[in-house]
Design a protein around this ligand. Structure first.
Ligand code: ATP
Ligand code: MG
Length: 256
């Protein structure tokens, strides 16, 4: 691993990058995953590399949906497995939503490596290997498990691609995404769009789930009913413009 001094202003971001590089080296993450991470970094920079109040609001609504679901599921790809293996397993445990591996660049070897990796981080049962059902898509991400994503009512798809997200929504599922770009097709088409880095969003959600787990059904339902996703998307863009303005002023550049 490259040595990164703790006082480096991009320390967290660079450490995250190292985890993705390690994921590629061990065969968990695809090379395309490196580039996806880069796009995420850009938006995170603009967001100030923090969880905004509206992102936390979306994370709470997402947890309420998962806790209310009959058949919740969490979709895991190579970037998720490399970045947040402990907390994704913890989220699965506390919400009762199983993990299912779904890869854009699917190979038996990568599936197997990710299952072994998640089990080493405490997962008991990982779906995705059967691949006995298909979504209406023309690439490998169409392949899902009948008992998992296919029949789920609420699905958390961190770092989804736009086509698949739209397909899941059109199947009538409640779709929760985590994507730092508020303008991606993914963020625009999902029911709950968490505009936050998965390295912060998943641990936050674990914490919320622990706190909300024993809430009454009506309390959870009222969080879901009062949730406004457009507010979350517009607020993310507003926060980015404000962060840019502040960074500009801090650096002595007049904001005109
Ligand atoms: P879409 O198909 O939804 O329009 P896209 O083509 O912009 O998306 P992809 O390349 O499919 O994007 O996926 C990468 C997306 O994941 C980017 O929008 C990026 O912001 C986001 N992303 C990457 N890394 C992270 C991360 N660590 N946390 C949250 N979001 C991330
Ligand atoms: Mg996307």
């Amino acid at each position: 691993m490259t040595q990164i001094p703790v006082e480096h202003p991009r320390y967290e971001s660079l450490m995250t990058r190292e985890k993705i590089v390690e994921g590629v080296q061990t065969g968990i993450t695809s090379k395309q995953g490196l580039i996806a991470q880069g796009r995420g970094e850009t938006f995170d920079y603009l967001l100030g590399e923090r969880t905004t109040a509206t992102a936390a609001y979306a994370e709470r609504a997402a947890v309420a949906l998962l806790l209310l679901a009959q058949d919740p599921i969490i979709s895991v790809n190579g970037n998720v497995a490399a970045l947040v293996p402990d907390s994704i397993v913890a989220l699965s445990d506390v919400t009762g939503a199983p993990l299912e591996i779904n890869l854009f660049h699917r190979s038996e070897a990568r599936m197997h490596k990710i299952i072994v990796h998640l089990k080493a981080h405490g997962a008991s049962n990982v779906l995705g290997k059967k691949g006995d059902a298909r979504l209406d898509l023309d690439h490998d991400r169409a392949i899902v498990d009948e008992e998992g994503i296919y029949s789920s009512d609420v699905v958390l798809v961190p770092l989804e691609d736009g086509d698949r997200c739209g397909t899941l929504v059109s199947m009538g599922k409640n779709v929760i995404t985590i994507d730092l770009n508020p303008l991606s097709r993914t963020s625009l088409s999902s029911n709950v769009s968490i505009i936050d880095n998965i390295t912060r969003a998943i641990p936050n959600m674990v914490q919320f789930a622990k706190e909300m787990k024993h809430n009454k059904t009506e309390e959870l339902q009222s969080i879901v009913d009062s949730y406004n996703n457009d507010k979350v998307l517009s607020s993310a863009m507003y926060e980015m413009s404000e962060t840019l303005k502040n960074m500009s002023i801090e650096r002595g550049i007049e904001w005109i």
